[in-house]
Design a protein around this ligand. Structure first.
Ligand SMILES: Cc1cc2nc3c(=O)[nH]c(=O)nc-3n(C[C@H](O)[C@H](O)[C@H](O)COP(=O)(O)O)c2cc1C
Length: 392
């Protein structure tokens, strides 16, 4: 940790020289009609770009069995790769760096999203509990169906899909990729003992439950290099029933394995991104689990201390909490989600301590290319001109 670091001081992350620590968190926005990125995405990401800034794309599908939301972009077909190029170019033109988040939802899907109307795949054949409802393409909510547990022999093919998706992301011009191992989706369905009930080498012990993630990491790193690969986990987030009996133990087990992988390789992954349980994942509620502040600070700080590399936090960060996290060395980088939806110039607003626009939850997952997507206001030019700190 550099002394006197702030949310607005530069950070050297491998070959990337970041000018500040405010990161755009990956967020599914359902605007990539039929899975193909378009001009609206280019506009949205460009709006949120700053010179030396760092953006993470929305969860991006690695294969045709990966979706569980409407109109999520993919990165498995040539058409998708071509279409992403314009988005990435728009971000690069503004001086930002952009990673592609690689996503497979596993059982958090529905036959309507699956090739041939098949059941979704997972580590398990247990469905999600009735507490959760799936957003369907017509905007209604449905029941999560019973998934099909992958056979052991099928897993290498899924690992291969991650590898190919990473190669495709680099072809599309992305600066790197983030493996989405969080929030109850496919990789988390292997990691968590509240979901994974397998009896093969992918279930049971911590070593077995971490195996799928580690195989994905190795496959992707072998294809595009560790300096372009990041991992996101959320050991303490119970979104989509992703419960573990020992979140800290699981988080440390992942971290230890990433550390020894890095040691063996002689290179580091670009960063580890961990979601705070402060907010019961995203999207669902406004307030956190009461009384969990101390517990989560303990968890995050332990993971931060244990991980030998760049550490990014996410989840319920305000300006004040983000400033504190960096100043106290609890994180190198802080990713902002909802506030970045409604404040395209969030970096500047945080820097100036300017008022923030409130987000409208109703348009998080709608398809309009403008409303609730690219129509949130920027601070006026006059305000910027008056304040010398406005230059980033
Ligand atoms: C609309 C929406 C979509 C999201 N989609 C993703 C996603 O695709 N991948 C992911 O890892 N996290 C996703 N998240 C979680 C965010 O990355 C972030 O961790 C979360 O919003 C908490 O941060 P915040 O309190 O700053 O919003 C999403 C959150 C929101 C609000």
């Amino acid at each position: 940790m550099a002394e006197n670091s702030t949310l607005f001081s530069p950070y050297n992350m491998g070959k990337f020289n970041l000018s500040h620590r405010v990161v755009l968190a990956p967020m599914t926005r359902c605007r990539a009609l039929k899975g193909i990125p378009n001009a609206a995405l280019a506009e949205y990401y460009a709006q949120r770009s700053t010179p030396g800034g760092f953006l993470i794309s929305e969860g991006t599908l690695i294969s045709p069995t990966a979706p569980g939301f409407p109109h999520v972009p993919g990165i498995y077909s040539d058409e998708q790769v071509e279409a992403w190029r314009d988005v990435v170019d728009a971000v690069h033109a503004k001086g930002s760096i952009i990673f592609c988040q690689l996503w497979h939802v596993g059982r958090a899907s529905h036959p309507v999203y699956q090739p041939g109307g098949a059941p979704p795949i997972s580590s398990t054949s247990k469905p999600l509990s009735a507490r959760w409802r799936i957003l369907l393409p017509d905007g209604s909510y449905g029941v999560y169906p019973e998934p099909r547990a992958l056979n052991t022999s099928e897993i290498p093919e899924i690992v291969q899909h991650y590898r190919q998706a990473a190669i495709n992301a680099i072809r599309a011009g992305f600066d790197g990729i983030e493996i989405h191992g969080a929030h109850g989706y496919l990789i988390d369905q292997f990691l968590k003992d509240g979901i994974n009930d397998r009896t093969d080498e992918y279930g049971g012990s911590l070593a077995n439950r971490c195996r799928f993630l580690l195989q994905v990491v190795e496959a992707v790193v072998s294809a595009i290099g560790a300096e372009r690969v990041a991992v996101r986990i959320s050991p303490a987030i119970d979104h989509l029933d992703a419960i573990d009996s020992d979140p800290l133990g699981l988080g440390l087990a992942v971290v230890e394995r990433l550390n020894s992988f890095q040691k063996k390789l002689g290179r580091k992954l670009i960063y580890l991104h961990v979601t705070q349980p402060r907010y019961t994942a995203y999207g669902q509620t406004e307030s956190g689990r009461p009384g969990s502040e101390e517990e989560e600070a303990h968890l995050m700080q332990n993971l931060r201390k244990a991980y030998e590399g760049t550490f990014m936090c996410s989840g319920g960060f305000t300006r004040k909490l983000g400033m504190e996290a960096v100043a106290e060395g609890h994180a190198d980088l802080v990713s902002y989600g909802r506030l970045f939806i409604s404040n395209p110039d969030l970096v500047l607003r945080l820097k100036l301590n300017a008022p923030l626009t409130r987000y409208n939850r109703k348009t998080f997952y709608t398809q309009d290319p403008v409303i609730g997507y690219t129509d949130y206001p920027f601070m006026t030019k006059e305000t910027e001109a008056k304040d010398p700190r406005a230059r980033l």
